[in-house]
Design a protein around this ligand. Structure first.
Ligand SMILES: [Zn+2]
Length: 446
């Protein structure tokens, strides 16, 4: 047995101690992708119907909504009936949050997740802890020729600042090595330190916000820095453009793969090495592309994305409109994986904020500033003017206790984040206008 296999086996065994079902589930999803297209759809549809029935029985929000519209979930027999099921909006999530939890869920079964999302309207959802979330990224890494325990260099936000859990986390991940460049604050010093560690751990995988990874790639190319090549670059949070892809590939000497997901539902789709589209994780998510009246558009046409998460029973998201637009690609991928394809999403754009000293703050990170208090605002936008000054434009939730104080805290934190180098103000408004249908929630005039 090769050393590589020993390391991976050890990693998976350790993981199984925490989640006993991890390895069988990973094997199951690896098998699913090679079922025929019809078999995958049949599996998806069976799970979709089970979730509908479950939501009707155990979740008061759905039971009341279905009853009010005279909808009997057991009559939703075929996929073409599914458009009778009402869509779920971000406003629904905000208003009905407490009634969306299953009566079977105990608080210990749930983990909260919050997001600014792609529309600047913060929401929160619960995830079901016992779901083996890692199976989806493991399958994706498998496409790219990588084992679950590869060394990773991340350009991302700090998920956990508590040193104790960081220590435990490091012990848990050992012997896998992971390094992080905090996308919230990127400057020459932090990049130099990150690249020093990069040479030491020789990561096989680089992962991060596309804007921040691209910034790093430009830095590397400008200075002609040579690095040990990873095997794959995994970018997320907004679709990678063709120019960004070329630049990132050149800087790191490895292929760039797009992955699509969100904090409400983590794993939705990802590219395989053939890059003929993004494979939708159709065995565990039902992703639809809908017209304005919530009927499916013709395959290949652009529509509003609606997600049904087939793994999360305790806080069901059924036909959830996440604010993105996209389209299915009506063809099969030549890689042999039969999970259906979608095109890159539309509607997620964020600028980078620049400080007078040349440092930058990643726009993708800024979408998370209200994550700790998602109920305090109905919508927000970060706007940098030509003189570097920054407005946090918000539609406040005036029914939220002490909302003015909460907003002031966010302002003060952001000002510290920008090292007090630029003035940061809160601007309360009744409405944030869209520009050509899209809200740029991090906007820079510089
Ligand atoms: Zn493929």
């Amino acid at each position: 047995m090769k050393l590589r296999d020993v390391k991976t086996t050890w990693f998976l065994l350790k993981y199984s101690v925490v989640k006993r079902s991890a390895i069988p589930y990973f094997k199951e999803v690896l098998r699913n992708q090679y079922l025929s297209g019809d078999e995958i759809e049949a599996l998806n549809w069976r799970r979709t119907r089970e979730l509908l029935e479950y939501a009707n029985q155990h979740v008061s929000f759905y039971r009341e909504r279905f009853k009010a519209m005279g909808l009997n979930p057991s009559e939703i027999v075929r996929p073409e009936h599914y458009s009778q099921v009402p869509v779920l909006t971000r406003d629904d999530l905000r208003v009905h949050f407490d009634k969306m939890v299953s009566d079977e869920a105990r608080p210990a079964d749930l983990r909260i997740s919050t997001t600014g999302g792609s529309t600047g309207k913060p929401v929160k959802v619960y995830h079901q802890k016992k779901v083996v979330r890692a199976a989806m990224p493991w399958r994706m890494l498998n496409w790219w020729g990588l084992a679950p325990d590869v060394n990773v260099a991340s350009v991302y936000r700090i998920i956990n600042e508590d040193w104790k859990s960081n220590l435990l986390n490091n012990l848990f991940w050992w012997p896998t090595k992971r390094i992080l460049l905090d996308a919230a604050s990127v400057d020459d010093k932090s990049i130099a330190e990150f690249l020093r560690k990069f040479r030491l751990i020789r990561p096989e995988l680089v992962h991060g916000y596309v804007g921040a990874v691209d910034y790093l790639a430009t830095y590397i190319l400008d200075r002609k820095i040579a690095l040990p090549s990873p095997k794959a670059i995994w970018v997320t949070s907004s679709p990678v453009t063709a120019t960004q892809e070329v630049r990132i590939h050149e800087a790191f000497g490895a292929p760039v793969y797009d992955q699509y997901g969100g904090c409400e539902v983590y794993w939705l789709a990802a590219q395989c090495p053939k890059k003929e589209g993004l494979h939708m994780f159709h065995d565990v998510r039902r992703i639809e592309f809908l017209s304005k009246d919530n009927a499916p558009v013709t395959a290949g046409e652009l529509g509003r994305i609606a997600i049904t998460d087939l793994e999360n029973k305790y806080f069901p998201l059924i036909r959830y409109l996440n604010g993105d637009e996209g389209r299915a690609l009506p063809k099969n991928c030549s890689c042999g994986v039969n999970l259906p394809l979608m095109d890159k999403v539309r509607g997620r754009i964020s600028d980078t904020i620049k400080l007078p000293n040349g440092a930058v703050v990643g726009g993708d990170y800024l979408t998370t500033i209200f994550d700790s208090v998602p109920d305090a605002v109905c919508q927000f936008q970060v706007h940098q003017h030509k003189d570097y000054s920054i407005d946090i434009v918000v539609v406040p939730n005036t029914t939220y206790a002490n909302y003015e104080k909460v907003l002031e805290n966010i302002r003060a934190n952001l000002s510290t984040q920008f090292r007090n180098a630029v003035p940061v103000s809160i601007k309360q408004v009744a409405e944030i206008p869209h520009q050509s249908g899209k809200l740029r929630f991090v906007k820079s005039d510089l």
